[in-house]
Design a protein around this ligand. Structure first.
Ligand code: NDP
Length: 246
């Protein structure tokens, strides 16, 4: 398969469903070999079937991102097989709970932080050396409008996404002189399982599909991208901020 990502290797976390599933397909349709990470083997296998039917290629990695040593092993395995990584998509996420801040269960608080923030940092720690070996490394971190609106009862999720954006901006500033480009994305409300959990009364037909969102995100993975340290807003179809080092 030939495309704008031919011979490029991409890691996508949260690839078993939703936005990560569709973004994996979009990357593969451009010729990338997609390393698909999630816990649900059935969802990963469905993705593998879909990508192969479309002429693409995948490696499935059933992994709980709370397993930090597993993330380290992933980096080592990619180094052994490819010696570099071109695209990293830190997409996996957990809503946690919508609740008054003082009522959040401590274990759920820790788990949501660990899934949405610590695992993203562990991915960066493990994969940054490989992305630096690419001539067009691209890192995409999934944020949310919640990071900025921090509505009542969304505090836990909002705090995790604000933390992800801060990690991304700082990493972008550290790597500004390299070919590596690091950006966060706000996909906007999208018809997925997570959105249905947050807004059970909402009609998903009124929302953009994960496929539409995934297609809009593709430019962030392409070698031609110049922006780094930015927040790309899918609804607006543009960067809302691009940070520059002081
Ligand atoms: P879904 O709930 O549909 O999918 C979440 C994905 O994350 C699944 O593939 C799940 O896989 C994976 N995941 C969760 N926990 C773990 C874990 N511990 N280890 C490995 N994988 C894990 O979510 P969306 O597709 O809606 O969301 C994708 C991203 O977009 C998230 O970061 C979310 O916060 C963000 N976002 C979504 C919005 C929306 O409206 N949908 C709006 C704004 C942001 P599995 O369970 O198989 O492990």
């Amino acid at each position: 398969m030939s495309g704008r990502l031919t011979d490029r290797v991409a890691v996508v976390t949260g690839a078993s469903r939703g936005i990560g599933y569709e973004f994996s397909r979009v990357l593969a349709s451009e010729g990338a070999h997609v390393i698909a990470v999630a816990r649900t083997v059935g969802g990963l296998e469905e993705l593998d079937d879909a990508i192969k039917a479309e002429g693409g290629s995948t490696t499935l990695v059933p992994l709980d991102l709370l397993d930090s040593a597993g993330i380290d092993r992933l980096g080592a395995a990619i180094f052994e097989r490819w010696g570099k990584l071109d695209v990293m998509v830190a997409n996996a996420g957990l809503l946690g709970v919508l609740s008054p801040i003082g009522h959040i269960d401590p274990k759920l608080f820790e788990k949501t932080m660990a899934t949405n923030v610590t695992s993203v940092w562990r991915l960066i720690r493990s994969l940054d050396p490989l992305l630096r070996r690419s001539d067009a490394g691209r890192a995409i971190l999934m944020s949310s409008g919640a990071a900025h609106s921090a509505k009542a009862y969304w505090g836990l999720y909002a705090a995790t996404k604000a933390a992800v954006e801060a990690l991304g901006k700082s990493w972008a500033n550290e790597t500004q002189k390299l070919p590596l480009r690091v950006n966060s994305v706000n996909p906007g409300a999208t018809a997925t399982k997570m959105r249905a959990e947050a807004m059970p009364g909402e009609d998903p037909e009124t929302l953009p599909t994960p496929r539409e969102v995934a297609e809009a995100m593709l430019p962030l993975a392409l070698p031609g991208l110049t922006e780094t340290g930015g927040l790309f807003d899918v609804r607006e179809g543009r960067f809302l901020q691009v940070s520059m080092p002081a």
